[in-house]
Ligand binder design. Sequence first.
Ligand SMILES: Cc1cc2nc3c(=O)[nH]c(=O)nc-3n(C[C@H](O)[C@H](O)[C@H](O)COP(=O)(O)O)c2cc1C
Length: 347
Amino acid sequence: MAVWYSLVDTVLQHFDAEAAHGLALRALKSGLVPRDRKLDQPRLGVELWGRRLANPIGLAAGFDKNAEVPDELLAIGFGVVEIGSVTPRPQVGNPRPRLFRLHEDRGVINRMGFPGHGLDAVLPRLRVRPRRGFVGVNIGANKDSEDRAADYVTCARSLAAHADYLVCNVSSPNTPGLRNLQGREQLADLLKRVQDAISARPVPLVVKIAPDATDDDLDDIVAVCRDLGMEGIIIGNTTLSRPATLRSPRKDETGGLSGAPLAQLATDVLRKTAQRVERQFPLIGCGGIGSGADAYAKIRAGATLVQLYSAMVFEGPPLIRRIKDELEALLARDGFGSVNAAVGADL
Ligand SMILES: Cc1cc2nc3c(=O)[nH]c(=O)nc-3n(C[C@H](O)[C@H](O)[C@H](O)COP(=O)(O)O)c2cc1C
């Protein structure tokens, strides 16, 4: 298997990053990507929203934007797969190139701008899939929309019945003005409207925020989420900041930075969020995870579930088994019988 992957890796390195991503999706669709056949160790099991997941490692939004391969992604070992962001209408996104690998930094910069097939294409794919495994649906707004909140309502109303949880993504840096929805009043208005839209068929509703949130922003976001009885926060999306340590010649490309250079910032903001949430609802830690130790740091900082995307760009599917084995060893070393027991251990 290792030889298979190093061959694939060598080939993909020669493609532009977005073309490589397209090939990865096609390989998954055609069953060419080997499954993770090892059973997850019981210690990796995690309780979330009254359900039990085999492991806490999730695939972050953006990889399978259009719900083309959620079950194939679960089969390669993820405990959770989040599809999206889905927008009501299809859109092409920003001009290419818009996705850049920062090899020297194990980072990625993207300014995709929500290219996607739109709600009418995604909905039938979710309708026909078997309801096995845990699949979250991440929703967003069209770039040219006049009432952005209405876009979330439209997507939520149609997709809730097919989602194990729903995410309002108000933190993409590549749709101008979208992050304004994180402001106290706008966020409360948006989330209330979405809650009303899914009241007939409630499903855990979470909001995904930017790792660039200030302490004041976090005060507001958490106050709104606690007031409204939200079921979770994902911390977080890509960052507009550029750490001084970046070495790649691509570091000044416009867009959101993700991968290893984001890890510390995202964990710090996760911890601050956890301190404000006081275990009123679960948190999902995302940003720069590339090892079991990275996942463990997020869990100890307050995350019940973690997600990753960029590390997959560099390592491919074998990464998931490696992270699970490393995390299991760390939990065992520190005497935790389950992921839940370790959540917030550093707080
Ligand atoms: C190419 C690319 C596309 C993304 N698209 C989305 C998206 O559509 N919706 C979203 O909520 N996050 C999106 N993200 C952000 C990721 O879900 C994740 O929050 C971020 O990359 C940090 O995790 P990572 O460091 O493990 O990549 C995207 C990230 C990348 C690299």
